[in-house]
Design a protein around this ligand. Structure first.
Ligand code: SF4
Length: 429
């Protein structure tokens, strides 16, 4: 294969990638049949409007569709249940409590063993209101025949305290006190950012007359006066969304995602968040045969850290198996599921160092794959590299009619070198 020949395919990288996908046949006998963590975003809106929000969330609609309709929620429940995921995370995109009835509907129906709700806790304005809402959540969970374990996780950090519509320390206190006094059959946890280790957690401890006990690098326990404990976990600081505009970047006080996820690599350098359960509080991202799935409030869904940005689906009656089959008809999914996000990161660093640097600078695993594969020529180049890798290892074939079927079956072909040269040529380097 010569560089000039390959360069012709890059004249329209999107069309060339689609042609390649149409000819691609993987040889896996069995695709993943279940989910691991399932993330559902119920709303893209949020009244708190933190200055560091990775979703840039506030009460301004960013899209035509900011939440799931009732019918779509029922469809989502069917899909989640069919995925047999180990855990449902009601989180992200915005504040899920804006869709409180959807939270209740999920809790009373969805067939998963564990559920976690991530919330800012802005709704806990008085002890009475807090008790009423927590009571309704607990009742909904108890109506579910599956009787799932439930964790209500509050986001606590300086940006929530200083937001345009701030959450006050007393509101966090209302939630923890309500939980400690009424003993519902759900757990409460707190989640902060590493730069705030020892600050907001201390303020909450003072509010409650509690102490903070260290567990490990990123976990603490809030020990209440009666001895009950509340887990506290400290995530990396993400510089995506609105946080990209902050003057402070917290690089000195936050781990990078490479450091943070290091202990959870299945082999040195191999981190497949596509098949991991996100559960830092238990100190484990156990590898799973299942897929982590994200379902956004506009109805699109994808494999978390496992789907190219142009390969997402819209929930529309397909079975979980059909959706998985669609995702695995892309060699990039195989790359991400088998070899993980650092394998993709290394390929893109070689192809386009500037794109790589911008993607890594966000320190955000949720946006990493989309950013690395944002430019259509990089996406096509990675598709070629992943296809070459799979075909030369007899794990896939390309239909003989495809013009690159021969070159991509040649183990001696320097596909990486050729793609690097073509992409550099397109950048004028
Ligand atoms: S509370 Fe969460 S979703 Fe809302 S603006 Fe803050 S970080 Fe974003």
């Amino acid at each position: 294969m010569r560089q000039e020949h390959l360069a012709e395919f890059f004249a329209d990288p999107t069309a060339a990638r689609n042609d390649l996908l149409a000819a691609f046949r993987h040889r896996l006998d069995r695709l993943p049949t279940r989910g691991s963590s399932f993330f559902i975003h119920l709303s893209e809106l949020c009244p708190v409007a933190c200055e560091h929000c990775m979703y840039s969330s506030d009460l301004q609609r960013k899209s035509d569709k900011d939440s799931l309709s009732e019918a779509e929620l029922e469809e989502a429940i069917r899909f989640i249940t069919e995925s047999r995921s180990q855990k449902l995370n009601i989180t992200g995109g915005g504040e899920p409590f804006l869709k409180f009835s959807s939270i209740l509907r999920l809790l009373e129906t969805v067939d998963v063993p564990r559920v976690e709700i991530v919330t800012a806790g802005h709704w806990a304005t008085t002890p009475k209101r807090t008790a009423r809402l927590i009571g309704r959540i607990d009742e909904a969970r108890s109506r579910n025949p599956r009787d799932p374990d439930l964790m209500l996780r509050l986001s606590i950090d300086r940006y929530h305290l200083n937001a345009p519509r701030p959450v006050r320390i007393e509101q966090y206190g209302n939630v923890v006190r309500c939980w400690a006094e009424t003993r519902p059959r759900l757990a409460v946890g707190l989640r902060s950012i590493q730069p705030d280790l020892g600050t907001v957690d201390r303020l909450i401890a003072e509010e409650l007359g509690a102490t903070v006990r260290e567990v490990d690098d990123w976990n603490r326990l809030l020990v209440l006066p009666d001895g009950q404990t509340v887990p506290l976990t400290f995530n990396v600081f993400r510089r995506s969304g609105k946080a990209s505009r902050l003057t402070e970047d917290h690089q000195e006080t936050s781990k990078s995602i490479r450091e943070y996820y290091g202990p959870f690599e299945t082999r040195p350098g191999t981190l497949s968040l596509a098949t991991a359960v996100n559960d830092a509080i238990r100190g484990a991202y156990p590898p799973s045969s299942g897929l982590a799935v994200t379902l956004n409030s506009d109805g699109t869904f994808w494999i978390f850290c496992g789907t190219a940005p142009d390969r997402k689906l819209v929930l529309n009656r397909e079975s979980f198996a059909e959706a998985v089959a669609y995702f695995f008809d892309d060699p990039i999914t195989h790359l991400l599921v088998d070899d993980g996000i650092w394998a993709l990161s290394d390929l893109v660093m070689d192809l386009d160092p500037a794109v790589h640097a911008m993607a890594l600078a966000k320190n955000d695993s949720a946006s990493l794959v989309d950013d690395l594969l944002g430019p259509d020529d990089v996406r096509f180049a990675v598709t070629l590299l992943a296809t070459h890798h799979l075909v030369t290892r007899q794990r896939a074939t390309l239909d003989a009619g495809h013009p690159l079927a021969g070159p991509l079956a040649d183990p001696r072909a320097d596909v990486a070198g050729l793609c690097r040269a073509v992409v550099a040529g397109r950048r004028g380097a």
